[in-house]
Write a protein that binds this ligand. Structure first.
Ligand code: SF4
Length: 395
């Protein structure tokens, strides 16, 4: 049976945060029961695919999965299990907001089969939480983490954001210190990104908000690497650190370019070399998923050209601190890595961004700061050297 990850998108939020460009909506509480029914219909529509798969993880993201009752989460997990075999030790992970979760909530999730909680802490500075439009207090983060533990959830991640207005490296180190004092198993640390079209983008454009420079961001990133290594956390992906044995199985499916089924309004999926995205607006998604004429509420599918498939494969694997083996590339694409990417990898190695140790290829610590730039060079090179119409054979 083929391994498969399942992503479930819950598009509801209490408010729409000013920096957010996710497919998330506030003020749509009335649609929640219908969205649950649509999820169940969509899962039934994938019965054959699920029946031929071993599900290695189920990830609930959003939006805010905590916006729907645990019974909705339980219904979705049951529907997946009804059709598919769950792999031994499968991870069932859910993003939760500290402001809206307590012991009873986590206990219900645990009973539903949830094994991992990812708490959107973001910051332990009240002013920064306010800047981010977060609805929780600093104290709520610790209270939620303790509640998850008390409910028997053994794997807890904290999401943190750095690069906030006026933030120094020392301030960021204090945030990490505070996070570790709560005893999480895993930390995801992302630099604040200013996405076009968000209210935050408009504020930055107007000059109302000044953010740290790229050099300051690099200092903060390196401070996190040093601080968390000293605390015994393993750095295993560009933005992710873990206590030994608590790596995110669900996210590993994305980073190793494995198949995943995306369900829910606006969810993305990747099946048999094809990417697809669902109808984004919850109302339109519900209508599409529950209408017999269109059992799969898919808005668009993309047959990926070969250069995109290769670029995704390489750049996602380079996110992993251990990188990848050149032999894996050869097995996947039937051509050698150097044959297809020799010049761009050589330049990156000479610049000190990449290291090649025998068969293994990985970013250096400096290269981890430049992953985005290297990704652009890789796709540029492949676009110039491969025929645009070529598509990749499936493994
Ligand atoms: S809670 Fe998360 S998904 Fe919802 S609006 Fe805020 S950042 Fe976006």
């Amino acid at each position: 049976m083929k391994p498969l990850a399942v992503y479930v998108h819950i598009p509801f939020c209490t408010i729409k945060c000013g920096y957010c460009d996710f497919n998330a909506y506030a003020g749509m509480d009335a649609l929640k029961p219908a969205h649950r029914d649509a999820l169940l219909a969509e899962i039934d529509g994938y019965a054959d695919r699920l029946g031929a798969s071993e599900v290695t993880s189920i990830g609930f993201g959003g939006g805010t999965p905590g916006e729907v009752p645990p019974s909705h989460i339980a219904d979705v997990i049951s529907a997946v299990i009804r059709h598919a075999t769950l792999a031994p030790g499968a991870e069932v992970t859910l993003e939760a907001n500290p402001g809206t979760s307590n012991l009873a909530y986590f206990a219900a999730l645990r009973d539903a089969g949830v094994t991992r909680i990812s708490l959107g802490a973001q910051s332990f500075d009240a002013a920064h939480l306010q800047f981010l439009d977060r609805i929780h207090s600093v104290d709520a983060i610790g209270a939620s983490l303790r509640a998850a533990r008390a409910a028997g959830i053994e794997n807890v991640n904290l999401d943190l954001i750095y690069g906030l207005p006026g933030q120094s490296t020392d301030h960021w180190r204090d945030q990490l210190r505070h996070a570790l004092s709560l005893g999480p198993d895993h930390l995801s640390c992302y630099a604040l990104t200013v996405e076009e079209g968000t209210p935050l983008h408009a504020r930055v454009e107007r000059g109302d908000v000044t953010l740290p420079t790229d050099d300051e961001l690099a200092d903060m990133y390196q401070a996190a690497e040093a601080f968390l290594a000293e605390a015994g956390f393993q750095h295993y992906e560009i933005s992710n650190w873990t206590r030994p044995g608590f790596e995110s199985r669900h996210n590993m499916a994305y980073w190793t370019d494995r198949d995943y089924l995306g369900i829910g309004a606006g969810a993305h999926g990747f099946l048999d070399g094809q990417r697809y995205e669902n109808v984004a607006h919850p109302r339109a998604y519900i209508e599409s998923a529950t209408t017999q004429a269109s059992p799969h509420p898919v808005a668009a599918t993309y047959e990926l050209p070969l250069h995109t498939t290769i670029a995704d494969w390489v750049t996602l694997r380079l996110r992993l601190v251990e990188g990848f083996r050149a032999g894996e590339f050869q097995d996947r694409f039937g051509r050698s890595l150097d044959d297809l990417l020799g010049p761009v990898l050589r330049t990156a190695t000479e610049a000190g961004w990449l290291e090649r140790d025998g068969n293994r290829v990985r970013l250096t610590p400096e290269g981890r700061l430049l992953h985005g730039e290297l990704a652009v060079r890789i796709i540029d090179h492949l676009e110039r050297t491969l025929p645009v119409s070529a598509t990749a054979a499936q493994p």
